[in-house]
Design a protein around this ligand. Structure first.
Ligand code: NIG
Ligand code: FE
Length: 412
């Protein structure tokens, strides 16, 4: 056993160890060195030689410790907001009608293109801070409101800067195929040509994107256009994810699975064949109850079928200015339970272990020796309470790679 750099004592650990449900350990000690967990177990099993004079000791004061949460689908870098569209939708306009009239995603594209990198950062950072306060230490952020190379790269750079400033992990996704930009209106194939020939290679060369996503939908791109984007991403060595079957069934889940993608997201209209394909290809189903809620959607994702086929289910905020202005991953969990019928354990696995899987990360999402010391401390008695409260106090403290990241004095 190596000497710990730091440990938390007097806590209750929720390890989520495979096959053990919550994997609860009372009166636990959690020790780590070099940012990786070295020991997670009951106090009486703590090896004496692991604690030295220079080991930092954090008093847990009885807190519940879970793996830090992972928000595996957000669009939180953008400029402006879309409150007026929210009011239009309340008066009966649909998301698709607003998009067809030039609003929707394209309204945010205009605002984002007009913002400097620093302005974009200043507007987006508070949203990332809100998620961090809610227990999140790994965050996926998509581009997709630039829709031309420079503005897309600017969004991705802002996402990377957020990681540096907050000291958390950010995984970036290039979503150039989010909407047809205004200058290509009516010529989606020409835009996809441009995306495949110029934008994707430049984004890959920049090293600013960890994955590629697309919006396969009537108001987005066709399956054929999506396949072209994914084929090019594959040539460039970038994994893919998909906004699939959100508003209609275009066979998005099966398309993603055929490309061996990381995750298919939304899935309200996915068919049985798509679910089977996700299971066979070991792709994660990412549920986004915030968008379901705000669009007042009535068709639910096929949770029972996903379960029956053993598809890993993740839950994310989809934080975006149009369909899901949601800044709490715990609230996304509560919505996933109360609206989609997930169990509390499924919701917590969906924002930890399965969310890591959706990002292709094998080094986090549970409290096991060898994994990253990414931890969230909570003032709750049982982890099911993470999906129970609607709002209220966030995490007491969040550790990323063993360092406290919330600017408060608790365990800091
Ligand atoms: O995940 N569906 C497409 N993209 C976002 C919405 C983005 C927007 O409306 O700005 C989503 O719901
Ligand atoms: Fe989305």
């Amino acid at each position: 056993m190596p000497r710990f750099d730091a440990l938390i004592r007097d806590c209750r650990a929720c390890t989520l160890a495979p096959g053990q449900g919550w994997g609860l350990i009372d009166d636990a000690v959690i020790g780590w060195c070099d940012g990786l967990l070295a020991f997670v177990g009951p106090r009486e099993q703590l090896p004496g030689e692991a604690v030295g004079a220079d080991t930092r000791v954090y008093p847990g004061n009885g807190a519940l410790v879970t793996p830090a949460l992972i928000d595996c689908h957000t669009h939180l870098v953008f400029a402006g907001e879309r409150v007026a569209e929210f009011e239009q939708r309340l008066e009966g306009a649909s998301y698709a009608q607003i998009a067809q009239a030039g609003g929707g995603i394209n309204a945010t594209v205009l605002a984002t293109r007009a913002a400097s990198e620093d302005q974009l950062l200043a507007q987006s950072l508070p949203r990332a801070r809100a998620l961090l306060a809610d227990g999140v230490a790994t965050l996926e952020i998509k581009s997709g409101y630039g829709l031309e190379l420079e503005a897309e790269l600017r969004m991705l750079r802002v996402a990377r800067r957020i990681a540096d400033i907050l000291g958390i992990s950010v995984r970036t996704t290039f979503l150039g195929a989010h909407a047809v930009p205004p200058e290509y209106r009516g010529q989606p194939d020409d835009y996809i040509n441009r995306l495949c020939s110029h934008m994707l290679p430049a984004v890959a060369a920049s090293g600013l994107a960890d994955a590629v996503d697309a919006f396969c939908e009537g108001i987005g791109f066709t399956p054929a256009q999506t396949r072209r984007v994914f084929a090019r991403a594959g040539e460039l060595g970038l994994p893919v994810k998909l906004h699939a079957d959100q508003l209609s069934d275009l066979g998005g889940a099966a398309l993603l699975a055929a490309c061996k993608g990381l995750s298919a997201d939304h899935l309200e209209y996915s068919n049985a064949e798509g679910v089977r394909a996700l299971a066979q290809a070991d792709c994660v189903a990412v549920l986004l109850p915030g968008a379901f809620h705000c669009l007042r959607e009535t068709r639910k994702p096929p949770v029972a079928d996903l379960r029956a086929h053993g598809v890993a289910i993740a839950v994310a905020t989809d934080c975006n200015p149009g369909t899901s202005p949601l800044l709490s991953l715990r609230l996304a969990m509560a919505l996933a339970c109360n609206t989609f019928g997930l169990t509390a354990l499924e919701a917590v696995l969906g924002t930890t272990a399965n969310a890591a899987h959706a990002l292709g990360l094998a080094d986090r999402g549970r409290l096991l020796p060898g994994l990253r010391a990414d931890l969230a401390l909570w003032d709750i008695a049982h982890p099911a309470a993470l999906a129970y409260w609607l709002g209220g106090a966030g995490a007491i403290q969040v550790f990323s790679a063993g360092e406290p990241r919330l600017g408060n004095s608790v365990c800091g």
